[in-house]
Design a protein around this ligand. Structure first.
Ligand code: ZN
Length: 265
């Protein structure tokens, strides 16, 4: 990348094909191609604890902690949701945890019986982000209307990010009007992702972020392989082509937006 960019959402705590990640090596490989910083997201209690350890070790890394919407029904069923909230709130106080996330709604992997508790948890995380003045990162899978409604009802935090944006053009416009940030992942490079590229094409430059969601969602032409932050440039170049802007112009915007959302580091 001609100007260094940030991978806004990555999971370097997750094993790759059964092998633990060499975090220092992955960060070095990313830096070598102009991805100089990452936002590490821990989305259950063990991952959130690990995230706090990792941000203390690696200066290039900020952290996010939350209970993923697919984790919440199980925690509620076992009676441990309140204790989990308490620990997330404690971990989120760390000065380099700058994100509450990923929280949100997932109607794909969780059935209708899990929706009430997902809604309640989403509202709790929105409130936490506002109380601690951290950015909010939202996971939204097949739940666009309810995500937008609940954000409106609760009042969104100052920095609200739709991670791995998956909405259509109309939703992208609505998000931009409300001042939310749209973080695009490798999915935007997929051959059949015409609707997603239409959404990207109407998103103002000052609302855009880029991410890997590694180890998932590897961009074309490596789709299906294990993802990592050093593959972000593939997504950035595809985004620039869709937007019709020069790569350095987009990189500058992505970099500025990341610092505006999370603060400098
Ligand atoms: Zn994720």
């Amino acid at each position: 990348m001609p100007i260094a960019v940030v991978d806004n959402h990555t999971h370097l705590d997750i094993e790759r094909e059964g092998v633990a990640v060499d975090v220092a090596d992955l960060l070095a490989r990313a830096k070598a191609v102009g991805v100089d910083r990452v936002v590490q997201i821990g989305c259950d209690l063990p991952a959130a604890r690990q995230t706090v350890e990792m941000i203390d070790t690696y200066a290039a890394m900020l952290g996010g902690v939350a209970l993923h919407p697919n984790e919440v029904p199980g925690l509620a069923a076992s009676g441990s949701l309140d204790a989990a909230y308490e620990e997330i709130e404690e971990l989120a106080q760390h000065p380099r945890v700058r994100v509450v996330g990923e929280t949100g709604l997932d109607y794909f992997r969780t059935g209708p019986e899990g929706r009430d508790v997902q809604h309640e948890s989403f509202r709790w995380h929105i409130d936490l982000a506002k109380r601690l003045d951290k950015a909010l990162q939202i996971h939204d899978r097949d739940a666009h209307a309810d995500v937008m409604r609940i954000l409106e009802e609760e009042g969104a935090p100052n920095s609200t990010v739709l991670h791995c944006f998956s909405g259509d053009l109309t939703m992208a416009q609505e998000c931009a009007e409300r001042g939310y940030y749209l973080s695009f992942a490798g999915t935007v490079t997929f051959k059949n992702a015409h609707g997603l590229r239409d959404a990207l094409s109407v998103t103002p430059l000052d609302r855009l972020l880029v991410e890997t969601d590694a180890p998932y969602l590897t961009p074309h032409p490596h789709r299906g392989a294990v993802n990592a932050p050093h593959l972000v440039p593939l997504t950035v170049r595809a985004m620039a082509a869709t937007l019709g802007v020069a790569v350095p112009t987009l990189c500058e915007a992505l970099s500025e937006n990341s610092e505006r959302v999370y603060g400098p580091w």
